[in-house]
Design a protein around this ligand. Structure first.
Ligand code: NAX
Length: 328
């Protein structure tokens, strides 16, 4: 039998955690033949609630769940972990400025980066879901100098999945008919879902729809503001879909992209497509043998250029702000 994959989840007692843990434990991430050990990190006041979640995990009697450890000390919980899903973050409170938000999250992601650097397994792969995800990933990466920077990523797979779903609805296609979707930039309202390279049954999506007004004024805002629409409807932010996207992201990273397609991941820019080197920005990527590469050579038209640049500028501003705060 194979030894268990150790998966750390932070913010494990939160909404996303409540969906994510059961998916991982049931084998959705690594398959039915790979045992997993869960390492769950929470802040001290949430540990009691987390104990309740662990009782429910026990009660599922998942054959793939080899063990669960919980705690509030990242250097203990991250010890030997192969995957870290950093979900717990500080939400923006009333009257909180962006600088306060970045600082509060720096207080979480800088120490977590340091702890991963110290104790994680050599093959550690880190995915940041907690917002502001891209900049939190940048902070964690910058505080983990011994971990190769390509092992850090932020989640834009939920945006990617939303973009596929909205395009499928518009064209009457199945989600499985859609390939080559890309989210560029930041996981924020400035993100840019790109239909100029997406294909619907092999046909170029932008050409098929041939309606720039719909693209600019309906499609892009619907995808980018989907999170807010869900809060309006549900009275709580997206959780099950965010958990599902986190699974998709980590599974793709472990198992690779299908031949002839790509996915969106926020990863460290090497300067591709004019995105300044070092920013954690969303790109089209392929994954092979656990390593991602940014898809090269795509033509970027004027419509796309303006929108990619605007989102990347926001990432640059966030980087400057956390640099100013001494977090990176
Ligand atoms: P919840 O507030 O339900 O849960 C967050 C949990 O994190 C809480 O239990 C809290 O105690 C814990 N936490 C806080 N600080 C911690 C620390 N230092 N160490 C460990 N745990 C800590 O939020 P939830 O709805 O689960 O969302 C979690 C994060 O995901 C938020 O930042 C949210 O904005 C972000 N999202 C990101 C998405 C994406 O696509 N990248 C989409 C969904 C979601 O909005």
């Amino acid at each position: 039998s194979t030894s268990p994959v150790k998966v750390a989840v932070t913010g494990a007692a939160g909404q996303i955690g409540y969906s994510l843990l059961f998916r991982i434990a049931s084998g959705s991430l690594f398959g039915a033949d790979t045992p997993v050990e869960l390492r769950l990190l929470e802040i001290t006041p949430a540990l009691k609630a987390l104990e309740g979640v662990v009782m429910e995990l026990d009660d599922c009697a998942f054959p793939t769940l080899a063990g669960v450890e919980i705690g509030d000390d990242p250097t203990k919980i991250f010890d030997g972990v192969n995957f870290a899903l950093l979900v717990g973050a500080r939400p923006r409170g009333p009257g909180m400025e962006r600088g306060d938000l970045l600082e509060a999250n720096g207080g979480i992601f800088a120490p977590q980066g340091k702890a991963l650097n110290e104790v994680a397994a050599d093959d550690i792969r880190v995915t940041v879901t907690g917002n502001p995800a891209n900049t939190n990933a940048l902070i964690a990466m910058s505080n983990a100098p011994d971990i190769p920077s390509e092992r850090f990523s932020a989640l834009t797979r939920l945006d990617h999945n939303r973009a596929i779903s909205q395009l499928a609805a518009k064209t009457g296609a199945a989600v499985t008919d859609i390939t080559h979707m890309t989210i560029w930039g930041n996981h924020s309202a400035t993100q840019y879902p790109d239909l100029f390279h997406a294909l619907v049954k092999g046909q170029n999506a932008a050409e098929l729809i041939n309606d720039e007004d719909w693209l600019a004024n309906t499609y892009i805002p619907t995808v980018a503001k989907r999170g807010a629409a869900i809060i309006d409807a549900r009275g709580a932010s997206s959780a099950a879909s965010a958990a599902s996207a986190t699974i998709d992201h980590a599974r793709t990273w472990a198992q690779g992209t299908p031949e002839g397609d790509w996915v969106s991941m926020s990863v460290r820019s090497d300067g591709s497509y004019g995105v300044p080197e070092g920013l954690i920005s969303s790109f089209p990527v392929t994954v092979e043998n656990g390593d991602w590469s940014i898809v090269q050579g795509l033509d970027i038209n004027e419509f796309s250029r303006t929108r990619i640049d605007a989102s990347v500028k926001e990432l640059g501003d966030e980087r400057d702000a956390v640099k100013g705060l001494g977090l990176i």
